[in-house]
Design a protein around this ligand. Structure first.
Ligand SMILES: Cc1ncc(COP(=O)(O)O)c(C=O)c1O
Length: 381
């Protein structure tokens, strides 16, 4: 889809892009200034493998201040983006013959992280009407002794779903009962719109549940810093040490300039984060309304992140120019070729019939783009 969109753009076509997986805002000025200052000061060399101690301390302070969690720097690993922390965690925790629970729709990298560790994903259904929380009936049916872990992502990419406390506690209790390690991807923690974000580890400790949780976090979405590549993991010292060993042999350390900027991001002015959150919320509200106004489309209101994940199933099986729309790939492609609007087909996230729309674009473009999508749908018979 991206390649086609690029081709269309090169032909001078006005392409509207709803596929973006990163904030459309720039990194806040004071963070950029910190990166420049780091370079000017010659802070351009390797750092300690698990991350500069000053950054790991800043992360501990952040975890205490924002999440109510006490950690020491030995329990923190700074990576080249959270993606590397998640990858390292799967390498350390899972092996051949193991199974790992992943909830559908899933972020595309989760099953691949598991497979790269020679383990197998076990896909569990979720409930679209309940913020895509686990369908515990499906989960109970699929439990095997081979399951060693569970990956959870709330707020979620692609659905924007935010699980309620009850479901999280239920999952943590099951993890203790079956000795699963919980990997919690909380990269959208600061993008929650309808309530307060609670870290899974906070619930785990607060309710004395005793699950083994590795929390993975990122500066990418919170501070619009996707290109700086700074993410981190917080967890048991032994697990973090093993993750650090793998990282040390693959990429040494995260980039030094990004780490310096990361300290300023975590300890400096947080107003830009709130400003972005409010804008994303307005865009979400607009997008959900416009999508639900389209005949046959249902779109649950996502509690967080910056995606909407409407159900287009009514249109699968219809015909466009005599050709049957077989799945969401066909539908996304038809939307692109007929009205130059880029979207992400849900099949890639394990969710047939759905399409992901990113809110990382301004409100005028959202209105223009969705009115084009509405007119595409009218062409389907
Ligand atoms: C659910 C989820 N986890 C992790 C990441 C990766 O974040 P990072 O840029 O820190 O590697 C993304 C990025 O799209 C994401 O959507």
């Amino acid at each position: 889809m991206a390649t086609k969109a690029a081709e269309m753009r090169s032909q001078g076509i006005d392409v509207i892009n709803f596929s973006v997986g990163e904030p459309d805002f720039n990194t806040p000025e004071h963070i950029i200034a910190a990166g420049k200052a780091a370079m000017d000061a010659g802070f351009t060399k390797y750092t300690a493998g698990p991350g500069m101690i000053e950054l790991r301390q800043a992360i501990c302070e952040k975890l205490k201040r924002e999440n109510g969690l006490e950690y020491t720097p030995l329990e923190i690993l700074v990576s080249n983006g959270e993606k590397q922390s998640l990858y390292n965690a799967c390498q350390v925790l899972f092996h051949k013959g193991d199974e790992v629970i992943i909830f559908v729709p899933y972020w595309v990298s989760f099953p691949e992280f598991v497979r790269l560790a020679d383990a197998e994903p076990v896909l569990i259904d979720t409930l679209p009407d309940k913020q895509f929380e686990a369908d515990f009936n499906d989960l109970e049916k699929k439990i095997t002794p081979a399951i060693k872990g569970v990956i959870i992502n709330s707020p979620s990419n692609p659905t924007g779903g935010v699980w309620g406390v009850e479901a999280l506690i239920r999952l943590l209790k099951m993890a203790v009962q079956h000795d699963w390690t919980v990997i919690s991807d909380e990269c959208y923690e600061r993008l929650v719109f309808d309530g307060e974000f609670i870290s899974i580890e906070k619930l785990n400790r607060g309710h004395n549940i005793g699950a083994r949780v590795v929390t993975c976090l990122s500066l990418s979405k919170t501070y619009a810093m996707t290109g700086w590549r700074i993410g981190y993991a917080a967890g048991d010292e032994i697990i973090i040490k093993a993750m650090s060993k793998i990282q040390g042999q693959s990429t040494s350390c995260a980039n030094s300039i990004g780490q310096r900027a990361g300290i300023v991001a975590l300890t400096g002015d947080q107003q830009p984060v709130e400003d972005m959150r409010l804008q994303f919320r307005e865009r979400r509200d607009l997008m959900v309304k416009l999508l639900n106004d389209m005949p046959g489309i249902s779109c649950a209101t996502p509690g967080g992140a910056f995606y909407t994940f409407p159900n287009f199933s009514e249109y699968i099986g219809k015909k466009a120019n005599g050709k049957v729309i077989q799945d969401s790939f066909d539908l996304s492609e038809f939307i692109l070729t007929s009205e130059a609007v880029v979207t992400v087909p849900g099949d890639g996230f394990g969710a047939p019939g759905h399409i992901r729309f990113s809110c990382a674009t301004d409100k005028e473009t959202i209105k223009r783009g969705l009115s084009k999508v509405a007119s595409v749908l009218q062409k389907l018979v």
